[in-house]
Design a binder for this molecule. Structure first.
Ligand SMILES: C[S@@+](CC[C@H](N)C(=O)[O-])C[C@H]1O[C@@H](n2cnc3c(N)ncnc32)[C@H](O)[C@@H]1O
Length: 175
């Protein structure tokens, strides 16, 4: 009996989550939840070390894998994940609590977040959002800010280099 109620509850949560995701992807142009491969993140961080006291943002952080890998390797920085989905935020916060992380997760549309103090930004989104994000970054971010984007480039910002793992490409920018 208890098992049945639990199964129904999980199914209900999954249906609500999928419906909201579907609505947001289709009508609001948000990126779907797909995580970056951890091995790629480790290699990206080897090539892009994070300086002490940096402010590092993961925009559309999902479960915040980029930030938690970065925090493991570079402890003296401030890590902020921004995610619009309530359920994903909740699961990310639980995961971070379990691993005793200091990463801060903000439940918000990242287009509404002030990025003026960012030293590094990581994102894995979709092309439509990249256009809006590019304008925001050019208006708000300070010179020197590093932006790393998985799979999709940022229009109108000069590319510093790309990092490729087979067909998987990361675009690196520095303002
Ligand atoms: C492709 S996933 C990437 C997740 C994570 N950054 C990673 O690389 O493992 C994109 C995430 O961005 C979130 N997202 C998309 N558009 C967003 C927006 N405008 N504001 C906040 N989060 C957003 C989605 O909910 C999803 O979790």
């Amino acid at each position: 009996m208890i098992l049945n109620i639990f199964t129904i509850l999980i199914l209900f949560i999954l249906i609500v989550f999928s419906t909201i995701q579907f609505f947001n992807i289709l009508f609001r142009g948000y990126a779907p939840l797909i995580s970056t491969n951890k091995n790629f993140i480790k290699k990206i961080l080897e090539q892009n070390p994070i300086a002490k006291n940096s402010n590092v943002y993961e925009l559309g952080c999902g479960f915040a894998w980029f930030l938690s890998e970065a925090e493991k390797k570079f402890k003296d920085a401030k890590y902020i994940g921004v995610e619009y989905s309530f359920l994903v935020c909740l699961l990310a916060k639980i995961r971070l609590l379990i691993i005793k992380s200091k990463i801060k997760i903000i439940k918000q549309n990242f287009l509404k977040i002030d990025l003026s103090d960012a030293d590094m930004i990581y994102c894995y989104l979709i092309p439509d959002i990249m256009k809006k994000l590019s304008g925001k970054i050019q208006n708000e971010c300070k010179p020197g800010t590093i932006i790393i984007s998985y799979r999709f480039s940022l229009p109108h910002i000069k590319l510093k280099n790309t990092i490729n793992f087979g067909k998987n490409r990361f675009y690196v920018y520095q303002l």
